[in-house]
Design a protein around this ligand. Sequence first.
Ligand code: FES
Length: 154
Amino acid sequence: MNQEAKEWNPKILAFLCNWCSYAGADLAGISRLQYPPNVRVIRVPCSGRVDPYYILKALQNGIDGVLVSGCHPGDCHYISGNYVARRRFAALNSLLDFIGVEKNRVQFTWISAAEAERFSKVMTEITEEIKALGPAKRFVKDNKQAQPQDVEKK
Ligand code: FES
């Protein structure tokens, strides 16, 4: 592995449900637990609110890894949002596999409001897994094609 590859830090997006996983992240912060700084958190009302389109769009725009995390089964604030999310995730996984996106690039998990240590551990693990995969290449939009100045030059 060359020096550049060692220093590469992935861009990871974490969709966290407000009632459990985001509260777990908050507790991790309050408890001063360490986790890699390259995880960007988006708070959503429920994991069932995460449209697969958001994940595809993130990958298309150069995000290297995506995590969706919700309440544990039976704990969803909206009764069944996390079950909906799990079913969507299974369907999305098939699509990602079909288009050649690596298996661990998009992950789904449950983290409760009390699981600060688990939050920190999951963030560390996903960061290591994405680092091992390297930068996302499949399904990434070629941004140069979308630049208006490039169109004007032609
Ligand atoms: S409120 Fe947390 S997954 Fe639904």
